[in-house]
Design a protein around this ligand. Structure first.
Ligand code: UD1
Ligand code: UDP
Length: 376
C-alpha cells in the first residue's frame, strides 16, 4: 500500500530553521513519505538555513526576485504550490509561522481540500496591520488548519477563543527551541577572539521598520557604541536591499561596528551566545536568546510573543531613538538589571516540539507511532 505523503513547505530563513527539526523527525520513519518543498521566497538565506540541518528541498519553486511585490510573490507561489499538490497528492501539508510562503501553503491546501497542519500557530497581536503582513498571514491560515501546533498555552488560548476545536490544538513548545538547542550543543565557533570587551548584537529586517524607524534603530545603536569604549556592535545584515541601504548609510566604517553578511545558522547561534545584549526586531531571535540567558530589547511597537516580556527575558522598547539608547545603556551599566533579565527562564519550549508534532500527525494519518505528552 502507498505510504501517506506529508508535504512540508518552507520559503524563508525562519521557515527553514523552525521546520527542519520536524522534517528531520519525520525522515526517521519510513511509514510516511516526507517531501520538502521550497517556494524559494528566500534564496541564499534559505539554502544556508537548510544546510545547517543537512536538508535540501525535494522541489524548489525558485520564486525570489529582487524588488517584487507581495502580490507578485503570492501569485507565483500559489500557482507553483498548486502544481506540487496536484502532483504529490499529500495526505497533509505542513508549514510554520506567518510568512507569505506559509499563507500560500495554507491557501493552496484549502483550494485542493488537503488537510493543513500549522506549526507555531496562534501568535497574535491586536492589529492585523502589525506585523505586516504576517499578522494577516497567520490569522488566515488558522481559519483553515485542521491541526494547530501552538508553541505555548497563551497561543493555544488565542486559537480556541477564535473558534478552533480544542481537539485539534496541541501545545508543543516552539520547534525553534529544538533547533537552537541541537545546534548549540554540536557546534563550536569563537567569534571575534581579538575582542575582549562586550558585544551588542543588532538584527533588524521587519517591513514595518523599513525607512525612518530603521534609521532611528541604527542611529541609536551607533550612539550606544560611542558611549561604551569596550563595546563591539555586530550587525548581521539581512539580504533585503532596502535594509542594507539603511544600515550601511548609518554605520559607514565605524571601527567598533562590524556589518557582516548573515552568518549561517550554527555560527549565528554561537554569536547569540557570545553577545551581552541583543537588539532585534526578529521573532526567532527573541525566542532563542533566553535559551542562553542573553537579554533582548525588542525593537517593535507590538509583539506577538508576550511570554518573553512577562517572563522578564525581553523588553518591548519600540523604535524611539532615545528610548533604545536609554534601555541599552541601562543593561550595559547596571549589572543587576542585566542579571535579572538573564536569569529569567525561557518560556518558549523544551526542545521536544518535533516528536510531539510527529506523534499527533501520525495518529491523525492512522500511522502507528509512539505517543508523546504535550508541553505544559
Ligand atoms: C520575509 C518574511 C518575514 C520574515 C523574514 C525572515 C514575508 C512577507 N516576509 O521577509 O515574515 O520575518 O522573511 O527573514 O513573508 N533576499 C535575497 N536573498 C535571500 C533572501 C532575501 O536577496 O536569501 C532579498 C530579495 O531581494 C527579496 C528581499 O530580500 O526580494 C525580500 O524578501 P521577502 O521574502 O519578500 O521579505 P523579507 O523582508 O525577507
Ligand atoms: N539567523 C541566522 N543568521 C542571521 C540572522 C538570523 O541564522 O544572520 C536565524 C536566527 O537564529 C533565527 C532566524 O534566523 O532562527 C530568524 O530569522 P529572521 O530574523 O530573518 O526572521 P523572523 O524570525 O523575524 O521571522
Amino acid at each position: 500500500m502507498a505510504r501517506p505523503v506529508v508535504v512540508f513547505v518552507v520559503g524563508t530563513r525562519p521557515d527553514a530553521i523552525k521546520t527542519a527539526p520536524v522534517v528531520r523527525e519525520f525522515l526517521q520513519y519510513d511509514a510516511v513519505e516526507t517531501v520538502l518543498v521550497s517556494t524559494g521566497q528566500h534564496r541564499e538565506m534559505l539554502a544556508q538555513a537548510l544546510g545547517a540541518f543537512g536538508l535540501h528541498a525535494d522541489v524548489d519553486l525558485d520564486v525570489m526576485q529582487h524588488g517584487q511585490t507581495l502580490a507578485g510573490l503570492t501569485s507565483k507561489m500559489l500557482t507553483g504550490l498548486d502544481g506540487v499538490l496536484a502532483d504529490r497528492s499529500p495526505a497533509i501539508v505542513m508549514a510554520q509561522g506567518d510568512t507569505t510562503t506559509t499563507f500560500v501553503a495554507g491557501l493552496a491546501s484549502f483550494y485542493r481540500q488537503v488537510p493543513f497542519g500549522h506549526i507555531e500557530a496562534g501568535l497574535r497581536t491586536d492589529t492585523v496591520w502589525d506585523p505586516y503582513p504576517e499578522e494577516f498571514n497567520r490569522r488566515a491560515v488558522s481559519l483553515y488548519a485542521s491541526l494547530h501546533f501552538p508553541p505555548t498555552r497563551w497561543a493555544a488560548s488565542n486559537l480556541i477563543e477564535e473558534g478552533a476545536d480544542p481537539a485539534d490544538v496541541f501545545v508543543t513548545g516552539n520547534t525553534g527551541i529544538d533547533a537552537v538547542r541541537s545546534v548549540a550543543e554540536s557546534h563550536e565557533k569563537d567569534w571575534f577572539p581579538e575582542h575582549k570587551g562586550r558585544i551588542v548584537l543588532l538584527t533588524t529586517h521587519r517591513r514595518e521598520n523599513w525607512g525612518d524607524p530603521q534609521t532611528r534603530i541604527a542611529k541609536s545603536a551607533l550612539q550606544v557604541v560611542e558611549k561604551f569604549e569596550d563595546v563591539l556592535l555586530v550587525v548581521p545584515m539581512h539580504r533585503n536591499p532596502a535594509v542594507r541601504e539603511t544600515l550601511t548609510a548609518v554605520f559607514g566604517k565605524h571601527p567598533r561596528v562590524r556589518l557582516i553578511e548573515p552568518p549561517e545558522y550554527a555560527d549565528f547561534v554561537k554569536l547569540l551566545q557570545r553577545s551581552d545584549v541583543i537588539l532585534t526586531d526578529s521573532g526567532g531571535v527573541q525566542e532563542e536568546a533566553p535559551t542562553f540567558g542573553v537579554p533582548v530589547l525588542v525593537l517593535r511597537e507590538t509583539t506577538e510573543r508576550p511570554e518573553g516580556i512577562e517572563a522578564g527575558t525581553a523588553k518591548l522598547v519600540g523604535t524611539d531613538l532615545d528610548k533604545i539608547v536609554a534601555e541599552t545603556c541601562t543593561l550595559l551599566n547596571d549589572g543587576a538589571a542585566r542579571e535579572a533579565m538573564a536569569r529569567a527562564t525561557s518560556p518558549y519550549g523544551d526542545g521536544r516540539a518535533a516528536p510531539r508534532i510527529r506523534s499527533v500527525v501520525f495518529e491523525r494519518l492512522g500511522v502507528p507511532t509512539t505517543k508523546e505528552t504535550m508541553w505544559t
